[in-house]
Design a protein around this ligand. Structure first.
Ligand SMILES: Cc1cc2nc3c(=O)[nH]c(=O)nc-3n(C[C@H](O)[C@H](O)[C@H](O)COP(=O)(O)O)c2cc1C
Length: 212
């Protein structure tokens, strides 16, 4: 007698939604500007990505995320600013030419560079850490949306982004306003979607189910 046919997997709304979420979350990859093509990013795509940033969770509905979108020639101005800040903040003997070159080149390799900012509420009622966390959630929303569109995205945090001067230059002039990174966006140059390893989740979770 042949083996019984295994039961078909459940295809209810729950399992379908979970499968879609798993695929999106696990397929999101950091793809650096050097691996992006020169293809333009249409406004429609950019708008969809930014709109989803706005749906991040936010304690007290402060919505602290702010963005400055650099395209075309504006990327060159950003690159010059990053270079100047690196020179200004690094002791002369420690200035590395390769770092300077990278700061100059990288913004030009991606069609879109989005400066990610934190707008600090004046009352400072919500702890700053929670506002940073909310901005990180907004970036994750953007990254997931970009991945869903098949786009390449990368969150970069060279040390110069944390300078007061860069925040001011970006127009984030409030005392607690900060730049939290540069989000590079474009299309992958290569058809192979990269992999990224993770150590087992079991190593990172402790389960407690009894009173101690
Ligand atoms: C807050 C934050 C800052 C990051 N900054 C950098 C960075 O400056 N340089 C870099 O190479 N990767 C940076 N990354 C991306 C990580 O390298 C990347 O997420 C990691 O390698 C895992 O790859 P995956 O995103 O494809 O899963 C950053 C990620 C986060 C969340």
């Amino acid at each position: 007698m042949s083996d019984p046919v295994p039961p078909a997997p459940r295809l209810d709304a729950f399992s379908l939604r979970l499968a879609a979420a798993n695929a999106l979350i696990r397929r999101r990859r950091s793809i650096k500007p050097a691996a992006m093509s020169v293809k333009r990013v249409e406004h429609e795509h950019l708008a969809a990505i930014l709109e989803n940033a706005n749906w991040a969770p936010t304690h007290g509905l402060t919505e602290p995320w702010r963005f400055v979108v650099f395209t075309d020639e504006a990327r060159g101005s950003l690159a010059s600013k990053l270079q100047a800040l690196y020179r200004d903040t690094t002791p002369t003997a420690e200035v590395r030419e390769d770092k300077l070159a990278k700061l100059a080149e990288t913004p030009l390799l991606a069609p879109v560079v989005i400066a990610v900012g934190l707008h600090r509420q004046v009352s400072a009622q919500i702890p700053e850490l929670e506002e940073i966390e909310a901005v990180a959630c907004a970036v994750q929303n953007m990254h997931l949306t970009a991945s869903a569109l098949g786009m390449a995205a990368f969150w970069s945090t060279p040390l110069v982004i944390y300078t007061r001067e860069l925040a001011d230059w970006l127009g984030w002039t409030g005392a607690g306003d900060r730049c939290l990174g540069l989000f590079y966006l474009g299309w992958p140059a290569d058809e192979t979607w990269p992999d990224s390893p993770r150590r087992p989740m079991a190593d990172k979770v402790v389960w407690r189910n009894s009173a101690e």
